[in-house]
Design a protein around this ligand. Sequence first.
Ligand SMILES: [Zn+2]
Length: 311
Amino acid sequence: MVIDVHYHFMVSVNETVAKRMVASFIMPTAKKLGMTPDPEALAKTVLETWADPAGEFLIKSMDEGGIDVTVAVTTDNFDNKMLTREDVEKSVKLLSEVSGRNPGRIFPLAGLDPRRPEAADMAKRFFEEYGIKGIKYHPDNGYDPSGRESYKVLEVLAEHKGVLLTHTSPLMPPSRNHLAEPMLLSATGVDFPQIKVIAAHMNGYVNWRPWASLAAMQPRLYGDLAMWDNLAYTHYDVFCRELRTMIDLIGPNKILFGSDAPIDTLLHPIRHWVQQIRNLTEKAPAGIRFTQEEVDAILGGNASRVLGLNK
Ligand SMILES: [Zn+2]
């Protein structure tokens, strides 16, 4: 079973945003990967595939990539005044409809910025009316996941036995990266010990150890491998070494497969990323070995347990 715990479900993308994403994020990544795509063509693909209100592209890409279950998230950012409460609710509603039409395949999480004055009420509605399974945070937008505003949302989340997927790992400005420090999840682990928390990116492949040091101590803290594909594509040996070290230090059970699709998979289809993980048993460099059990746990076994899918 392959489970992707990090997919961005989007209902609309405008041309300006598409061009800016390509210029500021995709092209620099392409350069690192030694690829020279045409930015115009990429922007066109973004417009045609990222805006996916009916989830058709999502399901198609899961089928092509061999993904059984996807944790799909919407996003929210209270600083973006163009993004209204109505927009946020509409995305969540559409995602819940996609989930309803594809039973057992989509695990929907609602992006919610706890700085919205109505955030707790919104969260309650998302669970009770739309049947969502958890919340997605991007604290680097400007809030503390262990702050007072967040706690009002986490109370609702705990009550509904939801999962929290929260961004960790530095990003370019305007991200306020001190708010995405994994250690801020220590307090949430004390005050809401029942909530399963997935730290997106495990604080990134450059600095995963702060996350690992906390995950080793905090029973319900996990992490996902989204964005690590870029390390695997450029330096497979380093990718294998870091992942091996992580497993040797804290075990394989906290590490979940994630793609950051369709953003991070624009240059490489998701099946390539799945294959990089599958290849670990055979293609890791000399002196580094992975077992099939470890690979299976990372690709889906761990997520299945965390999301409660094997009940
Ligand atoms: Zn993401």
